[in-house]
Design a protein. Structure first.
Lengths: 600, 225
């Protein structure tokens, strides 16, 4: 423990927090890993859910493992779990959350620090099964060589099934047999059971399953979300973490169909937790943690039926304990004034909105169905309830974007600002600060824009310069994303198996914590691409043909390719698609029993 | 009602910063369903303050914070309620009622007692450390001044800041100034290692905190009487 004196934030490594689980009689030890530091991993809802779901099973013991910070990496012998200090290589199964592309180098670092061979094919019978899950499994191909299997879709049920299969098969029949049998479970993808054949132009010709593995790996999802177990007793960190609050998942999936949004498509169908269950869960969490904030989580909280009633009830219930309520994902159109007043009751907080694009034309292209009028009305209602800080999220480099769209973005920001000062001084509070964040658009798998070329790095930089100059306005702060990071994200988001070599090379040459600006070095990756003679532009900024076979063609998130192609063509014509609540767009989920289309 | 809470911390809980410790107790009070008073204003906070911040890495057997409750509480129940919702590494030792007229705890600090445990490898290292302590003690007695560098590398005379210093069987007990001018025990520990030309790890455990109350130096628990 003495090493803890010389490193930053030692509490990242001590464990022992309130509500962490100790078991002595489990038959299977499962390492629940997150490839970033403690404070980021402990803020991840998926990790909290899985921790509770897995530990509810008497034979399985989930222990947390996070990526140690660089100072600790240099000083540690072997990466261990927080609960029992079990070395990573002694676990039977390791589940690593893949929530964003820039954590890939940390995945390798964690395996390495845990003394586990990096490549799946080099792992013997005594080594853990390394499982990947989370958002990046829409296209897990760049990581194919490092994982024994991936879970496609939602992990709550399938993780338990996998562990049970392990207990019944692994010790008796061995690793190979376990993997072959696992591949038969819905939602399990064993990359070593698929052979990829390429065309001369490096595009994919064919993906051939072996040993009876299914030709398409269908995602799994929780059908009865309303009654599915959720977080009730989360581990309470001693130190402050990124999201330090009670997170209640009120809804899964999204009905809006924004064409750029991977989460919006892959988390369908829309499933709702009823108010009674939400309130019961929240009460358990507050009693178990003493949190002073409740955050209602979903992709689009405004689409929750009667969100105002839920919020107002919660505000009333927790007022006396000074527990406040927040909504992280509100669309401009749904932020009504009644709700806004309720949210401001306990603590004055700012509001966050994502118009995504500045012009109506471009908002139609991306199918973000909100009008300028709605945006302005909402802003006005928020100001009148006392809000004086606004965060606005935009994307640049969207398909078909022009400089006129950027000009309109600037105009929209000016209008949002102007409205504040139109309100009589006594009705508004102080001065307004607007934080504008412009991210660089990354085309993602399983979206209507997966065929599109990403904007070039030069073009991104030019657009950033342009906006920076135009947004030199008092009270407006302009942030933008690093173009090199966005470029690499784009490479990995639609990349193929050959990128495993690039990742390995980059890791060996020192890539780590790529999501952290102080550590990210594009040059490490650039050198790796050059050395391996792989052209990153082939993946990032190349327009795909409608008929091209994607590297992730065999991963089936239940959204039909025909539907996405239709959406792509509608985008070209600036045509919008209605919210599924209004009209079913036949995305493919109806085959799975989604009933959204039927007059809801 | 104004309460003074004495607590201990050890093991995993030693690595919590002062700010996080405040948050930890704030949440424990909510979990324990103790009706505390909140500050007014846009961002309400529990009306709670600590006598003396504890450095990251130090354990304690006697630290204190005060908190205001909305109504009169049964103080023995407050202790029980809090202990039932805290981890095993943070314990409530006592809860006492204090009068409104008593100054804020942080304003009446006087000194704090510590145990410094040097983790020597063998008797030889132990001897070196004991000799170094003796050397420092002698110099203070003779000269009444002892200059060294503090943790921010400023020169400081530690001799008037050391109220007690004695070697027990396997550790060093000290009582150090802890009011406007305070001495961090790590400064003394580092000086001992420097004098002994040795690099031994050590653990620090705060034993108790003392205050100036009605003209006397007493333990904080006495101010309830």
């Amino acid at each position: 423990m003495n090493i803890l004196k010389s490193i930053e934030k030692p509490a990242r490594y001590t464990g022992g927090e309130l509500n962490c689980v100790y078991k002595t009689d489990a038959k299977l030890n499962f390492a629940l890993c997150f490839a970033d530091v403690y404070e980021v991993g402990m803020s991840h809802l998926g990790i909290s859910i899985l921790y509770e779901v897995i530990n509810a099973h008497k034979d399985i013991y989930a222990q947390r493992v996070f990526c140690p910070w660089v100072d600790m990496q240099k000083n540690m012998d072997c990466l261990c779990s927080l609960e029992m200090q079990t070395p990573l290589h002694e676990f039977q199964m390791i589940g690593i959350n893949l929530s964003y592309e820039m954590c890939y180098s940390n995945v390798l670092a964690m395996l390495d620090l845990g003394k586990i061979p990096l490549k799946a094919k080099d792992r013997g019978e005594d080594m853990p099964i390394v499982v990947g899950g989370g958002a990046c499994t829409v296209n897990p191909e760049p990581l194919a060589e490092f994982f024994d299997l991936f879970v496609i879709g939602e992990g709550e049920e399938i993780t338990i099934k996998l562990c049970e299969l392990y207990l019944s098969v692994y010790s008796a029949e061995g690793r190979k047999e376990f993997l072959e049998q696992a591949a038969q479970l819905r939602g399990v993808y064993v990359p070593s059971l698929y052979e990829v054949v390429y065309n001369a132009d490096n595009t994919v010709m064919e993906i051939i399953p072996q040993k009876n593995a299914p030709s398409k790996i269908k995602k799994c999802f929780i059908e009865d979300f309303n009654n599915a177990p959720s977080v009730t007793k989360p581990v309470l960190p001693y130190i402050s973490v990124v999201h330090d609050r009670c997170v209640a998942e009120i809804m899964r999936g999204c009905s809006n169909g924004c064409r750029f949004c991977q989460a919006g498509y892959i988390m369908r169908p829309i499933r709702i937790r009823n108010e009674e269950n939400i309130k019961a869960n929240i009460e358990k969490v507050i009693n178990a943690t003493g949190y002073d904030e409740i955050s209602l989580s979903s992709l689009s909280a405004g689409d929750y039926p009667n969100i105002s009633r839920l919020v107002i009830d919660l505000v009333k219930q927790y007022e006396r304990q000074r527990v406040s309520v927040s909504l992280p994902s509100m669309r401009m159109d749904s932020y009504i004034s009644e709700l806004s007043m309720a949210l401001q009751q306990i603590r004055k907080t700012g509001i966050t909105f994502a118009p995504e694009a500045g012009s109506q034309r471009l908002r139609d292209i991306i199918n973000k169905n909100i009008t300028e009028e709605e945006i302005l009305n909402t802003a006005k209602a928020a100001y009148e309830s006392g809000v004086n800080s606004v965060k606005l999220y935009f994307m640049i480099g969207l398909p078909y974007e022009t400089y006129e769209d950027l000009d309109e973005m600037v105009e929209l920001i000016k209008k949002i600002r102007g409205l504040f000062y139109e309100i009589p001084r006594e009705k508004r509070s102080g001065y307004l600060t607007i934080t504008v964040s412009a991210s660089c658009f990354v085309p993602k798998a399983c979206t209507a824009f997966m065929w599109e070329a990403q904007d070039t790095m030069e073009s991104f930089k030019e657009k950033q310069r342009y906006l920076k100059e135009k947004l030199h306005i008092k009270g407006v702060k302009f942030n933008y994303h690093d173009v090199y990071t966005s470029f690499l994200e784009s490479v990995f988001a639609r990349g193929d198996r050959k990128l495993s070599q690039v990742l390995l090379k980059a890791y060996e040459n020192g890539a780590k914590f790529d999501a952290w600006r102080e550590f990210f070095s594009y040059n490490i990756y650039k050198a790796a691409f050059e050395e391996l003679n792989i052209d990153p532009h082939f993946y990032a900024d190349r327009q795909r043909d409608d008929t091209e076979i994607f590297p992730f063609e065999h991963i089936d998130y239940l959204i039909s390719k025909e539907f996405l192609l239709k959406e792509k063509k509608k985008a070209q014509k600036c045509e919008v698609t209605k919210n599924c609540h209004e009209k079913c767009a036949v995305c493919g989920l109806q085959k799975e029993g989604c009933i959204r289309g039927e007059n809801i | 009602m104004r309460l003074c809470v004495k607590y201990s911390r050890e093991n995993c809980a030693c690595y919590i910063s002062h700010l996080d410790m405040q948050r930890t107790f704030g949440r424990a009070l909510r979990r324990g369903k103790i009706n505390v008073l909140f500050s007014l204003g846009f961002n309400p906070h529990i009306r709670m303050s600590f006598a003396s911040p504890l450095s990251v890495g130090y354990a304690t057997k006697g630290d204190y914070f005060e908190v205001m409750t909305q109504e009169d509480e049964d103080i023995s129940q407050v202790k029980e309620k809090l202990n039932s919702v805290l981890t095993k590494d943070i314990r409530i030792i006592s809860v006492i009622k204090i009068e409104e007229s008593v100054k804020k705890l942080m304003a009446i600090n006087h000194s704090a007692a510590y145990e410094i445990n040097f983790l020597w490898k063998n008797d030889f290292e132990c001897g070196i450390i004991k000799d170094a302590i003796k050397e420092i003690d002698n110099k203070i007695c003779e000269d009444n001044v002892y200059l060294t560098k503090d943790r921010k590398d400023r020169e400081v005379d530690i001799s008037p800041l050391i109220y007690e210093m004695k070697v027990n069987e396997s550790n060093l007990y000290v009582r150090l100034a802890n009011s406007q001018v305070a001495l961090n025990p790590a400064v003394l520990a580092e000086e001992i290692l420097k004098v002994g030309h040795i690099n031994t790890p050590y653990l620090i455990v705060r034993q108790d905190c003392f205050c100036t109350y009605k003209g006397n130096v007493t333990n904080f628990e006495e101010i309830g009487n």
